[in-house]
Design a protein around this ligand. Sequence first.
Ligand code: MN
Length: 288
Amino acid sequence: MKITRFDNGQVGLVVDDRIVDVSDLLDSDVHAWPPVAMNRLIADFARFRPALEAAAQRPGVPLSSVTLRTPVPAASKVIAYPINYHDHGIEMGRDLRATNLGFFLKPPSSLCGAGDDIVLPDLPERRIDHECELAIVIGTRCRDVKREDWASVIFGYSCLMDIVVRGKEERVARKAYDSFCPVGPWIVTADELGDPNALRGQLWVNDELRQDANTRDLVLDIPGMIEVASHIMTLEPGDIIACGTPAGVGPIRNGDRVRIEFERIGGMTMKVVQSDGGRASIFIPPAP
Ligand code: MN
């Protein structure tokens, strides 16, 4: 099953090239704030599933006629593993890997979806990069998950870009801007995707292929990422794990079109736009 949000927060199933509004089947107001309808759907998915499967027969509307939003805007946290492919560690000149570094957090306010733009802050003197990552969406509240039990806590998978201002300032600040965490275009449920441990992911800027890698080359693999994060924090339904980027990170600029694609998930193309806001004093001048 492919599931996401669209337009004003409606929840939809993606069936071929159609989207079917299933908001009426949920016990949440999809327009309410905070936007937790997807968290609640994920937490209670077994109960909703039969009705959702039946709804796939509804006519729906063409996917191209709606604006896709990020699937889980109220994730309680986005857990991101840095330096988790050797080739990216080498290109960044870093010795340590995610197996020692663990993770950092991106704020849920940085999430955006396939129909949104990546909005650059007004920092023309700074390099702002794309990173192509697989997103894991947690399905079950869990703590201290054993490595061999990793699959039992996953709801599904999506594409994720970890956008970053390069520099020496605190990593979280450099990665926290609004729109710096595109996730989408939808979540593919774990049962439909199958084994995520050998999944090809690619990213293009305009028509140039910048990143092309496979999750089999992750340093800390998916079971390991679940194990580490859940031994530190309770993971909640809808929490997102960004698996780390391979080599090929590079700058994005106003007017670029960035496309991310994972096999068995799909892809999304997003526009990069320049804003005149976001000129935080910590970035000017750059930290020495
Ligand atoms: Mn990253």
